[in-house]
Design a protein around this ligand. Structure first.
Ligand SMILES: Cc1cc2nc3c(=O)[nH]c(=O)nc-3n(C[C@H](O)[C@H](O)[C@H](O)COP(=O)(O)OP(=O)(O)OC[C@H]3O[C@@H](n4cnc5c(N)ncnc54)[C@H](O)[C@@H]3O)c2cc1C
Length: 375
């Protein structure tokens, strides 16, 4: 398959329309089947949603308009998983810092343990001899994409059959995925390992892989009965940090890769006089991911300049003059880590309502979806 198109809002709206007119109608029944990117069963909207070139809210609403509340129910619930993971990581920041520390520790082990180093090298090169796994490793590097079910199988085989540290697998995903996202990625890997829903690992099974790849893959030798991982100190819950109020009057707006739809930001009475863009890709991100980040930011800056009728440029020293700097909330990850001090961080109503319901399991947020969508 060719690479993804440069992620712009226009490309995202086209992909949304194509999904709703095509695979959207059969999504609930077909979404677990991976037929490869040439015959999609899902929307492939994550590169746009991850950067908020499209917002979760507009995508969920468009699906309900096109497919009806019943017909869109499963899809909307999946979109809310993204919101849930964001809110969960914001209230469990140690899941993120623990992943980063675990990565450092696992890299230390790679340097010290030749057996582990060999297994890891074979896994990321797609040379383990495990049918399916090797193809997904190659697809991830070549196309920067995997179907959700393939991500689950891959992560499970990585952890339970190859017995590699999960943090190295999560880092491999973040490096190559075009939709690489600190919250969805870290918490999904933790979920597969049995650390998120504690004691309930996701174990990839040969017959399940055969069925949902329609016989393309039939891997022998998987450990289908492994015990889940455990950790001495599960990440503690902390209160959701409060957002800042939007100042009235003239402001400078700083965009970043977690929210590239400035047109719908809740800016109140603020008047945006200047816009800048901070492009902080994940550490070690592959060339194609960096190129996608750069293209997405260029698209957002061009739209922002037109929308607010002001200069919009990549971040540079002194860009804001004396104006107060407002920025959309950056959830934990590279953007939040790179934001200059002193920004006023504002939050969308969607996050403000959903994140407080995301501090435990997903079912609480799922139960609130009708109310959240109706509001
Ligand atoms: C081990 C593992 C790692 C993952 N890493 C990432 C990641 O780095 N970035 C990322 O965006 N997603 C990640 N996911 C979640 C999921 O696989 C992708 O969001 C999904 O495959 C994107 O394809 P789609 O747009 O066609 O999804 P669709 O099925 O069309 O769903 C629509 C949207 O809902 C959201 N969504 C759907 N399923 C999930 C899910 N399980 N978790 C969170 N959001 C979901 C996405 O925004 C997606 O675009 C990971 C899943 C696993 C199991």
């Amino acid at each position: 398959m060719p690479a993804f198109p440069a992620p712009t809002r226009a490309a995202g709206l086209d992909a949304l329309a194509a999904f709703l007119a095509g695979p959207g109608a059969d999504y609930a029944a077909a979404r677990n089947t991976d037929r490869g990117r040439a015959a999609p069963t899902t929307s492939a909207l994550s590169p746009y949603l991850r950067r908020r070139l499209l917002t979760e809210e507009e995508v969920a609403q468009a699906a309900i308009r096109a497919l009806g509340a019943r017909g869109a129910e499963k899809f909307v619930s999946e979109v809310f998983w993204r919101t849930y993971f964001k809110g969960h990581l914001e209230t469990h920041p140690r899941a993120w810092t623990g992943f980063l520390a675990g990565c450092d520790a696992a890299r230390g082990r790679l340097a010290a343990e030749p057996g582990l180093r060999r297994t890891h090298a074979r896994a990321i090169a797609g040379e383990t001899g495990i049918d399916g796994f090797d193809a997904w490793a190659a697809q991830l590097v070549a196309e920067n994409w995997l179907h959700n079910h393939a991500r689950m199988w891959f992560a499970s085989i990585w952890i339970f059959t190859l017995r590699l540290p999960w943090e190295l697998g999560a880092a491999f995903f973040l490096r190559h995925l075009i939709d690489g996202d600190p919250a969805s990625n870290t918490l999904s890997w933790r979920w597969v390992a049995g650390l998120h829903t504690r004691g309930k690992p996701y174990l990839a099974r040969r017959d399940n892989i055969r069925e949902f790849t329609e016989g393309r893959h039939d891997p022998a030798g998987l450990d289908e009965h492994a015990a889940c991982l455990d950790e001495a100190m599960p990440p503690r819950e902390v209160p959701l940090p409060p957002a800042d109020a939007v100042p009235g009057g003239e402001v400078a707006l700083l965009l970043h890769l977690d929210d590239l739809h400035p047109e719908s930001l809740p800016l109140g009475n603020a008047r945006v006089m200047r816009v800048a863009g901070l492009t902080a890709s994940s550490e070690g991100a592959a060339e194609a991911v960096r190129a996608a980040d750069t293209a997405a930011m260029a698209d957002a800056l061009a739209r922002a300049g037109g929308h607010f009728g002001c200069p919009a440029e990549p971040l540079r020293e002194g860009w804001a003059g004396d104006l107060p700097v407002v920025t959309p909330w950056a959830p934990l990850g590279p953007s939040a880590e790179a934001l200059p001090a002193g920004c006023r961080r504002i939050r969308r109503d969607w996050d403000e309502r959903a994140w407080p319901l995301s501090n435990r399991g997903y079912s609480r947020l799922r139960g609130a979806i009708p109310k959240l969508m109706g509001a």
